[in-house]
Design a protein around this ligand. Structure first.
Ligand code: AMP
Length: 249
């Protein structure tokens, strides 16, 4: 069985995001990019399934500009066998990504497509769900455990009241939650080996998918600045302020 893993290039989570002065978006000049953290978890899970002899080949896919190759090389260094970059400089919203991944899934015929539960730049949390719907495949979202046996995936999900376990017939779509695993660091020899692994570049136009955005961004704003706090003399003063000023007790 093959596993297809979607890896998005996002602004690194350590970078302090700067909003453009005209509010049209985020300033991306000279920022560091990395793989979306949930997607590293997705790659790790696929590689572990390969190491367990359940998955035969791990294919990493990214959709975006040429710079995504770097992110795919990291996935290859973590243990993916080959990579596909669907190249475009246009904005690709979750629906467009899901449509592209559907075409790739039809081409690659994986038993499992693994995505992150959410991209940390748009926070949409939509792509995996849309992909499952477009393919007509079952989905196990926000997975904190995945077990494959007898042509089915048992996916444990973290939900409000505790844990839910769903059993999906393969092929299926799984999206990863934070506690699924701890991704490995790529070792230097594996980084060197990854340079020789196949990375196919497919221009988005070759897939015949309509990727026009369906949503318009009206305005991007910084969150309001927090007001400075004050120091109170003692607990009694704190309780008094909570009662009379904040009116929370
Ligand atoms: P989102 O729905 O945007 O929060 O993204 C959820 C997941 O979909 C991500 O964690 C990725 O696994 C996948 N994904 C979204 N956009 C892309 C992209 N441009 N390239 C590859 N994978 C993507």
């Amino acid at each position: 069985m093959k596993a297809l893993v979607a890896v998005k290039r996002v602004i690194d989570y350590n970078v302090k995001i700067r909003v453009k002065p005209d509010g049209s978006g985020v300033d991306t000049a000279n920022v560091k990019y990395s793989a979306n953290p949930f997607d590293e978890i997705a790659v790790e899970e696929a590689v572990r399934l390969k190491e367990a002899g359940i998955v035969a080949e791990v294919v990493a896919v990214s959709i975006g500009p040429a710079g995504c190759q770097e992110i795919l090389r990291t996935a290859l260094a973590m243990g993916a066998d080959r990579a596909v970059l669907v190249q475009t400089d246009d904005e690709v919203q979750p629906l467009a990504v899901a449509k592209i991944l559907k075409v790739l899934a039809e081409r690659e015929q994986p038993g499992l497509v693994i995505l992150g539960k959410q991209a940390i730049d748009d926070d949409a949390s939509q792509t995996g769900q849309m992909l499952a719907a477009l393919l007509g495949w079952p989905q196990g979202t926000f997975a904190s455990k995945v077990a494959i046996a007898d042509g089915r995936a048992e996916v444990t999900r973290e939900i409000d009241g505790g844990l839910e376990t769903v059993s999906l017939a393969l092929p299926a779509v799984v999206t990863t939650d934070l506690r699924l695993n701890e991704p490995r660091y790529a070792s230097l020899p594996n980084i060197m080996k990854a340079k020789k692994k196949p990375l196919e570049i497919v221009p988005v136009a070759a897939l015949g998918v309509d990727i026009r955005p369906r949503l318009a961004t009206l305005k991007v704003e910084e969150p309001p600045k927090r007001k400075a706090g004050i120091r109170v003399a003692d607990v009694a003063a704190l309780v008094d302020k909570l009662k009379t000023e904040a009116k929370v007790i």
